[in-house]
Structure formats: C-alpha cells, structure tokens
Design a binder for this molecule. Sequence first.
Ligand SMILES: Nc1ncnc2c1ncn2[C@@H]1O[C@H](COP(=O)(O)OP(=O)(O)OP(=O)(O)O)[C@@H](O)[C@H]1O
Ligand SMILES: [Mg+2]
Length: 431
Amino acid sequence: MYTHEELSQLQAQSLKLQSWIRQQTFSPENIKRLRRFSSWEVSELILGINQSTFRGRLVADPDLPGGEVEPDGRQRWFTLDEINELRRRIKVNRKSLMPPRPEGKRAFRAAIANFKGGAGKSTVALHFAHAAALDGYRVLLVDFDPQATLSHSMGLTDVAEEYTVWGIMARDLIRETDRMNAAVVGAASGTALPQRSIPASIREMGLDALRPADFIKPTAWSTIDVVPSCANAAFVEFASAQYRHLNPEWSFFACVSRYLDSLPDDAYDLIIFDCPPAIGYQSMNAVFAADMLYIPSGPGYWEYDSTTSFIGQLAEALEDLSAGYQGNVPGCNMTLPKAFADIKFLMTRFETGNELHRAMYEAFQKVFGDHVTEHPVEMTRAVEQSGRFLASVYEIDYRDMTRETWRRARASFDRAYEEFRGNIVNAWDKI
Ligand SMILES: Nc1ncnc2c1ncn2[C@@H]1O[C@H](COP(=O)(O)OP(=O)(O)OP(=O)(O)O)[C@@H](O)[C@H]1O
Ligand SMILES: [Mg+2]
C-alpha cells in the first residue's frame, strides 16, 4: 500500500533529477543568454530589407551599431538591443521600420489557451513572444501554469511563489476585501454587506505591500519580461477556493485584469498569456483578462474532440460568471458578459504531407470558418530537439542544426506570427 509519504519520496527523487537536468541545460552560471543575430538574419529575416541595402546603410553611417565581426570577417553579429536601435534609426524610402501600434491604446492581451494538455500552448506562446520581440515589440509574458514550462524556457527557474499569478490573486483578495469593507462602513445604508475578514496567515505574507513591478522579472531578452510561475504555485487552485469562501463577493476572476490595468498603458505593446491545461481560477483569470483568444490544437481527431469540449466548458464557465456578477466588474475596465475582440483556432504540429492532418484542417475550417488561422504551425524537429527547456527556433543558432530544418521551422512560425500580428492590429481598435 502506498500513501502520500511514498508519493512525497518519489517527488523528492524526481526533484533531484530535475535540478541535475537544469544544471546540464544551462550555462555554468545557470543563466540563460541570448545569442547574437547575423547580418543575414537582421536584414532579411528581422528588418525585412535587402542585405546589400543594409550593408550600405552601415557603411554610410558609422554611428549605427556595427555589431561584432566574425573572426573570418564575413558576417557581423548583432545583439537584440543593437537590432532595436537599428530599427529605430534606419528608414527605407522614408518609411519607418517600427511595428504598428495604435496611439493612446494600452498593451494588447492575447491568451494562448486550451484545456487539452500538450496542445502546443507553451511552444506557441514562446515563439510568438520571441517573434514579436524581434519585430520590435515590448512583450510581457504571463505564465499561468504551475508546470512553469514557459518560465523555465525564459530562464526563470528560481521563482518564489509570492511572485506568481497566485501572489497577484492573494494580493488582490486582500485589497478588494479592504476596499469592500471600507465601502460598507462609508455607505449611508451600508448594512447590506457583511464585513469580511482575512486571516492573519494571509495578511502576514505582506503581499498587499508589493508594487505591481515586483511581480515582473527581466529575462535574457531585453524587451521580454515575465510574470513567472513555479511548481509551488500548484496549490493555487485549492487556495483560491478557500479565498472565495472568505469573501464570496470577491470577483476572483478579475484579479489579473485589475493587476494589468494598474501597469502604465505604454509599458508594453503585447501581453501574452500561457494557460494551464485545466479550467480553474488561473485559467479563468487569463481568459477574463484577454482581449483575444488563440486556441492551439493538434491535428489529430482526439485533439479536435478535446478542443470542442474546451470551448463548451469555457462557454459555460463564462456564462456562469455573467449570471453571478452583473455589469461592471469593480476595479477594472471590463464588463460582463466577457467579450473577446477575436477568437482564433491555430492548428499545431501540422504535417503538410499528411493526408489525415489536411483532412482535419479542412474539417476545422468547415466548422469554425474564419476563426481558423490560415497558417498552421508545422511539426518540426527544431522544437522537438530543443530538450527539457523549450528553446524557440529564433534562439537556436542556425549553424547548430541543418540549415534547411531551421529555415523551414522559422518560416512556419514566422507565417503564424505574422497572421497573429495582423489579427492583433485589427482587434486593437476594438479595445
Ligand atoms: N510545432 C511543433 N513541432 C514539434 N514539436 C512540437 C511542436 N509544438 C509542440 N511540440 C512539442 O509537443 C509537446 C507539447 O508542447 P507544449 O508544451 O507547447 O504544449 P502545451 O499545450 O503547453 O502543454 P501543457 O498542456 O502541458 O502545458 C512538447 O514536447 C513540444 O516540444
Ligand atoms: Mg504548457
């Protein structure tokens, strides 16, 4: 017979292996670093200008960042910061190379969500974040998943649980409860709502004293920050149920919305959410804060089934929220029923030569129409081979693998990203 004790022992053993793998995967200081990008990549793949025009500009203006020259002197290699400076300063036919961003709008929020495990959520979130950063956007990633795949991939392996979405939720409970209690006392007819108290064990964590910026961690990508997750945040679902009980009027699904609303509008351009493979307090916060839903799904029939049941469960959960809480949600610019500026289905791990995959893609189109993205993400060894910590095809140096595999993988993610960006630009005006 086995109890929780054996399970704990097994977990302890597993954690040992985990830390060994982490040591092997990262550079000696355990810090993830971002590589430089070659003049070929910077001109043709990143800035979208031809290589000789690019070289010409560098020669004409010695003040532009020149990158680092390879020992054999042929290619120059640029850092992300240098690329961003080049993008700001170079104009082609008097046109700016900066990516589109409507004036006076806050950052656009996209949730990559599906309750189906292994649908490709984290892979898609990571690649879109990297592609957007190379495109000149400032990105905030929010990792809602206690598996923390995305946080680990961004090099954040040592995260305290207070600084996760769970911390944001517990801080919100305290702040919202205090606000509601004060309103009860202040109102002339303030007898309708009871005073709610928060146990010392929650208050003493000092979360209400944290500033919004305390939850945000920098990464090796200078224009990508992360609200990370960690395995210890797994109890958040239990804790949240208890918190709701402490204050039943608390709009538990709007914590992250309220949090993001408190960041300056122009701090970021895009905010991308990686969701856990389950419906719960964290995924409801992600979905509620999102302007757009992107639903990745594998090309198999069973994945189609799960995606169908995902949208069914999501619809029910959103309908329940609308019934339970009417009208304006306190403290954030969101009303119920929750409305999305766009909803898209993105097929992942797609093989062009596979008839079954093509048939499933057509079935998706038949059923979901314009909601299906035109460009699926193709199955690629570049992602499969990246190991325990996902590395994106953008991070992998093309000299480290077969050039053709790298190019095809990059082209597939580029197409999916460009379509994602087009959808965002269209939807941005609606928020
Ligand atoms: N385009 C792709 N080509 C090859 N392998 C892929 C691709 N997309 C995802 N994978 C692989 O499929 C597995 C699951 O992907 P991923 O972790 O992104 O899914 P997920 O939906 O985030 O999973 P979870 O529900 O557990 O969070 C990973 O091993 C990943 O490397
Ligand atoms: Mg994931």
